[in-house]
Design a protein around this ligand. Sequence first.
Ligand SMILES: Cc1cc2nc3c(=O)[nH]c(=O)nc-3n(C[C@H](O)[C@H](O)[C@H](O)COP(=O)(O)O)c2cc1C
Length: 373
Amino acid sequence: MTSHLFSPITIGGVTLANRIAVSPMCQYSAVDGSANDWHLQHLGSLSVSGAGMLVVEMTAVTPEGRITPACLGLYSDANEMALERIVATCRRWGNSRLGIQLAHAGRKASVHVPWQGGKPLSATEGAWQGVAASATAFDHDWPPPQALDADGLARIRDAFAVAAQRADRLGFDLVELQGAHGYLLHSFLSPAANCRDDRYGGSSENRMRFPLEVAAAVRAVWPSTKALGMRITGFDWIEGGLTSTEATLFASALKYAGFDYVCVTSGGISPQARPMIEPGYQVPFAETVRRDGKITVQAVGMIADPYQAEAIIADGRADCVALARAFLDDPRWSWHAADSLGADIAFPPQYHRSRPNLWPGAVLARPHRGVGH
Ligand SMILES: Cc1cc2nc3c(=O)[nH]c(=O)nc-3n(C[C@H](O)[C@H](O)[C@H](O)COP(=O)(O)O)c2cc1C
């Protein structure tokens, strides 16, 4: 039987060997936005995982757009230079197509790294002013952001485009914009965070306007020979929040704007949101967006079992799956999934001896690990 999960797919101008993506994961380990040896070993290891696509963590397009002082950025020449070595390593040794998630943290910026509590920085700790759709704080003990004016909107829109040009120069195959998890673009989309009374607030059309302006600015500079997508929210899990109907409308607008895919996630707009978390809990949102939005869709969220992932693709609920924590736990997740599903997958030759069936000339009835050298 041929595996659906391990069948190739073309997204935009990029063909992936299979339908598995390593989801973007913040590492909170950068210095002044620049990547270092942590990112090299983290991404280097994941780039030989056999996943069709590996997406670099949320990467800020301006310094104030970082969630924490240790978040990755792509707003300076130094940031670009630091990523160059990492991209070159992943391309030389790895077998995944490489993407990067570009983002602005909006009203969730200027906080401590999670393992130091994740709460807002104080002035003495170097806090900076957050910006958002409206001047409403994320939580009662968080500082209020400034509502962006026309100049601020134009500055951030242009910063997304400049960062995308840097990503192109670096050789990334794919850019994904972060339009979810309560960050800047989501703060415009969601009625739970956007209280504006100008042309960027109110109706769905108005709330989509700024994210679509950013999308158009990035589309204009990002080559059509590569892939372009956005991570969007399928549901806000809060009364008066964004629904999957609006998510679908937004996905269709992105498709119309020339985007190649969306990754459908949920939550993050407010601490009052109450997601019902269980295996595959966001897949129904992905399925709705795929069916009604007619765009290539990636499903994400508590997908960790190969048969579960296979069924999501085989049943037509999503075109690809993205996994985050499963890859932290087991960077060889795809190898083991391929074993379970009887599929072929790329291996670096240096690791062939973990796969006895790949030893030159070897005919072994059973795996025979740890013998010889
Ligand atoms: C350590 C960590 C960092 C994350 N950072 C990001 C990020 O940079 N951008 C993003 O969109 N989601 C981020 N997420 C969310 C994941 O990409 C994913 O959507 C979520 O963990 C659910 O998938 P999972 O159940 O496979 O972990 C992060 C998750 C983890 C565990």
